[in-house]
Design a protein around this ligand. Structure first.
Ligand SMILES: Nc1ncnc2c1ncn2[C@@H]1O[C@H](COP(=O)(O)OP(=O)(O)OP(=O)(O)O)[C@@H](O)[C@H]1O
Length: 364
């Protein structure tokens, strides 16, 4: 998919700006604090319902306005033009998709696919399980039509069971919600397992060029309970007394994680910061490639501050590979990385200056 128009207002320092990106490489340059990352944040917000730098209420809305507004128009591989709008006050949001109101933010997120690599992405590798779970489920939300429905069913049952646990829980009611949890939770886990198995060879190939010394070969799901010994229904029953004491559900796919297997180093704790970044990039790019295979089109790729994240050789390799795929790519930087200038024919260069956007070369 390719974004053909992006309007942003009231986001960080932007008053109201509009961008008509090119179909291939888009470079956003400008001084520190000019607003380059904010452009990627706007796309990310539409695609994920949150920024990679925190929630909307944590400072995303311009100081002097009540709400931020984003409008994105994009073209799908088959030529269909899609439009999405989002207005967010930090507490309340309104969304539109293709001219109709949406009731769930997830509808916007399922429509627009953006993969973002940013300075915090190493957290996917070295940080806690939540971001990894979210990344895995992002892939599934986009390619498995029923996944969102099953996931919501699980989330609802989990909320109900937790509420019952806190209230001292009656057995019959707990039985009912545990049945729901077990059914939907097993389905979520099967989907995650299948997806990871499809992802693994692509990750191995991507990591083989980006970070061959690490020997990344395996992706292993940790389902959130001892699945090799018992099914989720039994695991929930077995955990019930403990869960009644603590007031929350201790087993299930909401506690899942997945691990990357390294043969070249002892484990993820041995990764340098740069290696953690390369591993995260390999994860994101291989997932984008998997998405392209399963969904039939590449997601939009956003690479924030590429020059400070990667060395010269890796920058060139990543940019060259992405240009060859035909994906639409956005790159930010204080200067134009030489890796991009090698692609002048397909490059759209935008200058970001004090919250304004100007095609490079155009008079101020
Ligand atoms: N809520 C807000 N209201 C007004 N201005 C804001 C708000 N939040 C952030 N800003 C300003 O918006 C700008 C955000 O810049 P952004 O992080 O997008 O810049 P950048 O060009 O990517 O910078 P860098 O190169 O330093 O990473 C900063 O100047 C910041 O001070």
């Amino acid at each position: 998919m390719r974004i053909t128009r992006l309007d942003i207002s009231g986001l960080r320092r932007f008053d109201a700006v509009s961008l008509a990106p090119g179909p291939s490489l888009n470079l956003l340059t400008g001084d520190n604090g000019a607003g380059k990352t904010s452009v990627l944040e706007a796309m990310h917000l539409m695609a994920y319902g949150r920024s990679f730098r925190g929630r909307v209420r944590d400072g995303l809305i311009r100081q002097d306005v009540p709400a931020l507004e984003i409008f994105v128009e994009w073209e799908e591989a088959g030529g269909r033009i899609r439009k999405a709008g989002l207005r967010h006050t930090g507490a309340v949001w309104q969304g539109r998709l293709d001219g109709a109101d949406v009731t769930q933010l997830g509808e916007l997120c399922a429509a627009l696919a953006v993969v973002t690599f940013e300075p915090g992405s190493h957290d996917l590798v070295t940080g806690g399980a939540e971001n990894r779970r979210r990344l895995l489920d992002w892939g599934l939300f986009h390619v498995e039509p029923d996944f969102l429905r099953v996931w919501r069913r699980y989330a609802r049952a989990l909320k109900q069971r937790n509420a019952l646990l806190k209230a001292g829980g009656r057995t019959a009611e707990l039985d009912g919600w545990e049945h729901e949890l077990a059914e939907s939770g097993e389905a979520i886990t099967r989907s995650r397992e299948t997806y990871l198995a499809q992802w693994q060879p692509r990750l191995t190939a991507e990591a083989g060029t980006l970070a061959p010394a690490l020997g990344i070969e395996q992706l292993t799901l940790q389902p959130g309970w001892r699945r090799d010994e018992l099914n989720l229904s039994d695991a929930l029953l077995l955990a019930r007394q403990r869960d009644l004491a603590t007031g929350f559900t201790s087993v299930g796919p909401h506690r899942a994680d997945w691990r990357i297997g390294f043969t070249g180093i002892p484990g993820r704790d041995a990764l340098s910061r740069g290696q953690a970044k390369l591993t995260a990039l390999a994860l994101l790019l291989s997932q984008a490639r998997l998405h392209a295979g399963l969904a039939g089109e590449w997601p939009v790729i956003a690479l924030d501050d590429l020059a400070s994240e990667l060395d010269r050789a890796h920058r060139a390799r990543v940019v060259d590979d992405l240009v060859a795929t035909g994906a639409q790519v956005f790159v930010t930087g204080t200067d134009a990385p030489e890796a991009l200038l090698a692609h002048t024919g397909s490059l759209v260069h935008i200058h970001v200056e004090e919250g304004r956007l100007r095609p490079e070369g155009q008079a101020r």
